[in-house]
Design a protein around this ligand. Structure first.
Ligand code: DGL
Length: 260
């Protein structure tokens, strides 16, 4: 059973940032990644649609024989993970914006959150927000357009630069000292954000926390692959452009087109 793969899915190529964190902590695990780029962005869709797409991705990963599924998408987690856990019996790991660590560490008392509309308007996000950050000044910003540019392979573009400038300016004026990235696509824009933000602003994402949680849950269910295997299989499928997923993976892994 432990030889079976960990499944990951995202609305597109962004969840590969989660794959990287998991692969670096658990290098012997076999993995299967689904990039549902055809349906990106999830962040602009209704909860009902996000649940339907998440179920479809889960069913496909189950057909591949996955032992555990990582919902490598904040929007799918905050809108659909409850339903997935009710409907399917295998363990799920989700990802949410890291509000708690930012709220605990801020000195200025003002933090920024960049996430999709679907995440910021979800019940799960709002309950986490009230639990940890209601005493703080929080600048929420919908990252409209960012996912689309990344999905088009336009990370280092003029359009991206202009968009990020307009999103960061109000946060800089409000004196944030933490910026929480609430979308798995966004770690890929950290180099551009770093150029725009003052040095004292710490950028946090949830990748490493998700990897640690994945390890804990695998151990709890006796599913961790412990034997040394120099050739774990890491498979990548996309229903969008193979070149975009391949480029984001630095060409390190072959990508297969799959119509799902
Ligand atoms: N990577 C997804 C997330 O973490 C992007 C959402 C979208 O497709 O809008 O939220």
């Amino acid at each position: 059973m432990s030889k079976k793969p960990i499944g990951l899915f995202d609305s597109g190529v962004g969840g590969t940032s989660i794959f990287r964190a998991i692969h670096s902590l658990l290098p012997f695990e076999n993995t299967i990644y689904l990039a549902d780029s055809k349906n990106a962005p999830y962040g602009e869709k209704s909860k009902v649609d996000i649940i339907a797409l998440s179920k479809k991705n889960t069913e496909l990963l189950l057909d591949f024989g996955c032992k555990l599924i990582v919902v490598a998408c904040n929007t799918a987690t905050t809108n659909a993970i409850k339903t997935l856990r009710e409907k399917f019996t295998l363990p799920f790991i989700g990802i949410e914006p890291a509000i708690k660590p930012a709220a605990l560490k801020t000195n200025s008392g003002t933090i920024g959150i960049l996430a999709t509309k679907g995440t910021l308007s979800s019940e799960l996000f709002n309950s986490t927000f009230h639990q940890h950050a209601s005493h703080l000044k929080v600048i929420e910003q919908v990252g409209e357009g960012i996912v689309e540019l990344i999905e088009n392979g336009q990370i280092y573009s003029k359009e991206m630069e202009e968009l990020l400038k307009s999103y960061m300016q109000p946060m800089i004026s409000a004196n944030i000292d933490y910026l929480v990235l609430g979308c798995t696509h966004y770690p890929y824009i950290i180099p551009m954000l770093r150029k725009l933000l003052p040095e004292n602003v710490t950028i946090i994402d949830s990748g490493e926390a998700v990897a640690r949680q994945t390890k804990n849950v695998l151990i709890q269910h006796d599913l961790l692959r412990t034997e040394e295997n120099l050739n774990p299989k890491n498979e990548f499928y996309t229903n969008g452009k193979v070149s975009v997923l391949s480029e984001i993976l630095n060409g390190d892994y072959p990508v297969t087109f799959k119509n799902f």
